[in-house]
Design a protein around this ligand. Structure first.
Ligand SMILES: [Zn+2]
Ligand SMILES: [Zn+2]
Length: 320
């Protein structure tokens, strides 16, 4: 019996050892191949980025100011109108129909009228050209003074670009939040920000449907400040602006698509006005300006919140 137990134990130990050895081997091989794949991916991406940037510079005859002003205008408009073309077709025709069920406010702008579309397009193009081009001229001067680079030899590594992008997100959140809150001051609101809020159920193009002053201080400056602050490469700035344009277009798009960034936060700002002023929600959480939205998503109604506020005020008055 004792021999049987010993032989069973030996078999078990051998089995466990084999499993551990095979697991370690597989882990090592998988880890190595994963690292190789990751390294390969980044080196390939870096090569593609470098070639693209060389092509951009060659297209503009190595003229940095042309890249900053004309190149940035074409690039940002290209990204903006590509995504908005898809969203506009969807808003006008209701096709592809499968996406319509994801509309956040299905009773508004569904279908979008040609009059409203044209109204939005005119303001957007005005802001991208008449307001945007002079802004880019000023930004080019600022970036030159800050020591930013345009050279393909000085392109950032992926890690550096990602770290800078993380800083840009926070810089944008801070600058946009306070600019936006100022725009909601009654004196500024009626003359400037009211225009953007003509759309209680926004569409993608409405992300830049704004008074020129608002377009400069709330739409153009917040994403431009990060690259100036960090002295970033122009290619990093382009990457960031692309992300920022896609993000704000989705925020105004009006569709809550699965597996996508949720636009609910800013859509709710257009619906209710005095809530959700920021981009990522960090400062709204800090200042408590997302209270209504949090109640809304937790299933409570606005009436409940008002009731609570009144009860709070009542109790404070009684205490005082
Ligand atoms: Zn908006
Ligand atoms: Zn607002």
């Amino acid at each position: 019996m004792a021999v049987d137990r010993i032989s069973q134990l030996v078999v078990k130990v051998k089995g466990i050892s084999a499993i551990v050895v095979v697991s370690l081997l597989l882990n090592y091989l998988a880890g190595n191949s994963l690292h190789r794949c990751t390294d390969q991916f980044w080196s390939n991406s870096a090569l593609v980025c470098q070639r693209l940037w060389v092509a951009v510079l060659a297209y503009f005859h190595q003229d940095e100011s042309l890249v900053s002003i004309v190149g940035s205008t074409i690039y940002t408009m290209g990204i903006f109108w590509s995504l908005n073309l898809f969203l506009t077709v969807l808003d006008l025709t209701g096709r592809p129909a499968a996406i319509l069920r994801y509309k956040i406010q299905p009773d508004k702008n569904c279908p979008l009228t040609h009059t409203d579309l044209w109204r939005a397009v005119k303001v957007a193009v005005f802001n991208q050209t008449i307001v945007g081009v002079p802004f880019l001229c000023g930004l080019h001067i600022m970036m030159k003074r800050r020591g930013c680079s345009w050279s393909p030899e000085e392109l950032p590594t992926a890690t550096q670009a990602l770290l800078e992008m993380a800083v840009f997100v926070f810089v944008e959140e801070i600058s946009f939040y306070y600019a936006h809150r100022m725009l909601h001051h009654p004196r500024l609101y009626k003359h400037i920000h009211k225009k953007h809020h003509e759309w209680t159920a926004p569409i993608g193009i409405v992300s830049i449907y704004a008074h020129p002053v608002e377009h400069i201080f709330a739409n153009l400056l917040p994403p431009a400040l990060g690259p100036i602050l960090m002295g970033s490469h122009m290619a990093t700035a382009w990457l960031w602006w692309g992300v920022a344009i896609l993000s704000t277009t989705i925020d105004h798009g009006g569709y809550r698509l699965p597996w996508f960034l949720s636009p609910d936060f800013h859509d709710y700002h257009h619906l209710k006005f005095n809530t959700n002023y920021g981009v990522i929600g960090l400062l709204d959480r800090l200042h408590g300006t997302d209270a209504l939205f949090r109640k809304h998503i937790s299933g409570e109604t606005e009436a409940d919140l008002k009731e609570n506020n009144m009860a709070d005020t009542g109790s404070k008055m009684k205490i005082g």
